[in-house]
Write a protein of this length. Structure first.
Lengths: 156, 291
């Protein structure tokens, strides 16, 4: 069960790796590329902490093998902001108390990114529906929804 | 947490996939969306020796009108069903039911074939296939392609008629035509959770009476089932709220679901009755509106 050489694009830059097929994309990002923004909660698809964008679509990185991302483009929370400053998404979460411990936040941000990429002005129902696959143990979701609503208003 | 080691193949065509699967033997498994298989592997409840990844087999993702119905390639994503105008037009229940599978991040990867092959007893898609009277095509290198009817596909908990060397290539759903209406109803603990109980109905009218009715349920047995006694009871009758209630009682009478940590047997039976009542009323209304 040899290792496979893979090449993909992560946050706009080429990333190479030599991985066992059983290496999940989440572990590859965190341990081989040291991109520890992506979090692991359940490793069975339920909690959403590991959500990243694969070719623009929100997916669970704990349920994908790194070999499957060969040739693909992956965006993680580290890829949101172009500089040291927060991007608009991160700033809205910060301003609206959309996080407390922050463990769920990278997954929530990537889900929000995917939502706003498909629907420019989602209703509160659509926001809650989209975020239903991201579990947060701290905030009670109120601040998260407020943050997304603010972004929606800003874009409209 | 890591899955056990395995060999990985990423064939680019169906022929190649069938060949690899045949050679790899019984320790091999097909990898589709991975939304059921990979959790099992991460928990080491499954430890396949060889994964044959179908994600590179582009020909398996097609959705097209075919033979008076809708043919859906096994690798079509569940999220595609929600957005496809063809699905909405030909088999609207399918588009509607698909939106109840997990969360959108899960549906972005999860496939139609994977859901049918995995055969979770609470899964939406095998129940819709049964309600619609559809079929699947499965194929092996040794024996070629064969059709499996919906009522023959699921054989028990997570068990199907698909042999280890076979790949489910396509699902086919007959088009809903004429004075017929459908309904899909589901109760789950939380939004995005697996269903506790789900029901799908099709009601076909002949004038003012029910020509035939299908009542399919998930979450009440080891596989999706039809409530035959209730179907018979309403055939030939004029649809009404009282008739739907009558059928709901018959459903409660003919089911004996097993209870588990999520819901007791009594609760599942009660919910099944309630959902069938609602689903029959809605399907009859749609049939009347469409006729
Ligand atoms: C958080 C979460 C919530 C979920 N909620 C629901 C829900 O509410 N309802 C529901 O129905 N499902 C639910 N699921 C599971 C669903 O998302 C899966 O997509 C589906 O059960 C399996 O499809 P897959 O494409 O992911 O298959 P995989 O996980 O890749 O495979 C599943 C099984 O089917 C076999 N298989 C796959 N494709 C084929 C094929 N073409 N031919 C032969 N064998 C094949 C595999 O070998 C494996 O044994 C949920 C999953 C998660 C993670
Ligand atoms: S860690 Fe991937 S969904 Fe929980
Ligand atoms: S902020 Fe702590 S889990 Fe969401």
């Amino acid at each position: 069960m040899g290792k496979a050489a893979i090449t993909l694009t992560v946050n706009g830059a080429e990333a190479d790796g030599l991985v066992e097929p059983r290496r999940t994309l989440a572990d590859f990002l965190r341990e081989d590329l040291a991109l520890t923004g992506t979090k692991l909660g359940c490793e069975q698809g339920v909690c959403g902490a590991c959500t990243v964008l694969l070719d623009g679509q929100a997916v669970r990185s704990c349920l994908l093998f790194a070999v499957q991302a060969q040739g693909a483009s992956v965006t993680t929370v580290e890829g949101l902001a172009a500089s040291e400053d927060f991007d608009a998404l991160q700033k809205a979460f910060s301003d609206n108390h959309g996080l407390q411990c922050g463990y769920c936040t990278p997954g929530v941000l990537m889900t929000t990114r995917a939502l706003l990429d498909t629907l420019s002005s989602p209703s509160e129902n659509e926001i809650r529906e989209a975020l239903s696959g991201n579990i947060c143990r701290c905030t009670g979701y109120h601040g998260i929804v407020e943050a997304v609503k603010e972004l929606t208003a800003a874009q409209a | 947490m890591k899955p056990s080691p395995f060999e990985y193949s990423a064939p680019a065509s169906l022929e190649e996939a069938l060949e690899v699967l045949a050679e790899a033997g019984s320790g091999a498994k097909v990898l589709a969306g991975g939304q059921s298989l990979v959790p099992l592997m991460n928990l080491r409840l499954a430890a396949p020796e060889h994964l044959v990844d179908l994600n590179g087999v582009g020909s398996l993702s097609e959705i097209r009108a075919d033979d008076g119905g809708l043919a859906i390639g096994a690798m079509a994503r569940q999220s595609t069903l929600e957005r496809s105008t063809l699905v909405e037009e030909l088999v609207p229940a399918l588009a509607h039911a698909a939106s109840h599978i997990g969360h959108f991040q899960v549906r972005n990867r999860g496939t139609v074939g994977g859901s049918l092959a995995h055969a979770d007893p609470t899964a939406e898609l095998p129940m819709i296939l049964l309600a619609a009277g559809g079929r699947v095509t499965v194929q092996s290198k040794a024996r070629g392609a064969r059709a499996v009817e919906a009522n023959d596909l699921v054989r028990g908990y997570f068990t199907t008629a698909i042999e280890p060397d076979e790949i489910l290539t396509e699902a086919w759903f007959p088009r809903l035509e004429g004075a017929a209406g459908w309904s899909f109803q589901e109760v789950a603990r939380r939004h995005g959770d697996f269903a506790l109980v789900a029901a799908a109905t099709v009601v076909r009218l002949d004038g003012d009476t029910v020509a035939d009715a299908v009542i399919a349920l998930a979450g009440v047995a080891d596989r999706p089932v039809r409530a035959a006694a209730a179907e018979e009871l309403i055939t030939g009758e004029a649809p009404s709220a009282a008739l739907a209630e009558h059928a709901a009682d018959a459903v409660r009478g003919e089911l004996s679901p097993t209870g588990d940590v999520h819901a007791s047997s009594e609760y599942r039976r009660e919910v099944a009755g309630v959902l069938v009542g609602r689903a029959l009323s809605e399907a009859a209304q749609r049939a009347q509106a469409g006729s």
